[in-house]
Design a protein around this ligand. Structure first.
Ligand code: PMV
Length: 300
């Protein structure tokens, strides 16, 4: 018997980084996913088909933490665990969280635990901590629950219903993004520039309520404008980079309603809001003409 678990990738639509400091953020699940399959094997093994690696130390550690918190003792259990999926790794689309969610779900299925989404989310968060140190929990939450979420650290998550669906193009700088490095950079900069950060945080807090309203009303121009302003705030705290700014520039010059970096930054991905499906195709082509990879996703 095969037990399968899936975890979806995500884009952060608004307020990555600010969310670490208790400011609300909005994220959306995307249709790219990580899959974990568990069968009885000869010994305990993890095959990660995405990186073509067997028994990766970090993944073994995450398995240990998640399973022991489920009350499962894996010593002497000959499980074959296979990780696969089409969600790109290491680029701010939430692959580490999606892996933890998929693994928690597959284990819950294999051991007939019937765990709730709330519990899966808690377990995935424990795994995320191994990857990132002090994550806000936004990635595992959106990966577990799907849809579009309003997320505030240590508060109950809310679902947001969109007035209009969003046609988004993800532009990839091709440079790896280390969330931990970016989060550390913000923390150090904040310690040095306390007053400036207070002002930026205030603007990020105001902006998120405005963004939510536009999303719910289906006011795409308003959503785009908030994305542009959010990118500016993220630039001010030092997590953009030349290629992210270039992609934002290409998007806006080609009529995107808004564009911003998404996830940790300093590399990784950005998102651009297109007017409709045709415009989405056009923007994706423009990114590719300039040598960047792109991914088209629909949200809502
Ligand atoms: O995992 P990433 O790169 O999508 O970034 C997560 C979002 C941050 O706000 C930068 C960190 C966090 O823990 O919320």
């Amino acid at each position: 018997m095969i037990s399968t678990g899936k975890g979806y990738g995500k884009v952060i639509l608004f307020n990555e980084h600010f969310v670490v400091y208790g400011i609300p953020a909005i994220a959306a699940a995307i249709s790219k996913f990580v899959k974990v399959e568990i069968t009885e094997g000869e010994k305990l093994e993890i095959f990660d088909e995405r990186i073509k690696r067997k028994n990766d130390m970090l993944e073994m550690r995450i398995l240990e933490i998640i399973s022991s918190n489920m009350g499962i003792d894996l010593s002497g259990r000959p499980l074959k665990i296979v990780i696969s999926g089409d969600l790109p790794l290491g680029s701010g689309l939430g692959a580490s969280a999606a892996t933890c969610v998929a693994l928690s779900r597959a284990l819950s299925g294999h051991f007939n635990l019937g765990l709730s989404d709330e519990r899966i989310n808690e377990l995935a968060y424990l795994g995320e901590k191994v990857y990132h140190g002090n994550p806000s929990g936004i990635d595992n939450t959106v990966s577990t629950f799907g849809g579009v979420i309003w997320f505030e650290r240590d508060k109950k998550v809310e679902n947001i219903s969109l007035g209009e669906e969003l046609h988004i193009v993800i532009g990839d700088t091709g440079k790896p993004s280390s969330t931990k490095k970016a989060v550390d950079k913000v923390r150090l900069k904040k310690e040095k520039e306390e007053e400036k950060f207070e002002e930026i945080f205030r603007r990020a807090r105001d902006l998120i309520f405005e963004a939510r309203k536009y999303l719910e009303e289906g006011d795409l121009e308003g959503v785009g404008d908030c994305m542009n302003r959010d990118h500016e705030l993220l630039r001010e705290i030092g997590v953009s980079c030349k290629d992210l700014d270039l992609l934002v520039d290409i998007a806006l010059k080609n009529g995107a309603l808004g564009a911003k970096l998404t996830g940790g930054g300093l590399g990784g991905n950005m998102i651009a809001l297109a007017r409709d499906k045709n415009h989405q195709n056009m923007l994706a082509k423009e990114f590719e003409k300039k040598g960047f990879k792109s991914l088209k996703v629909k949200v809502g």
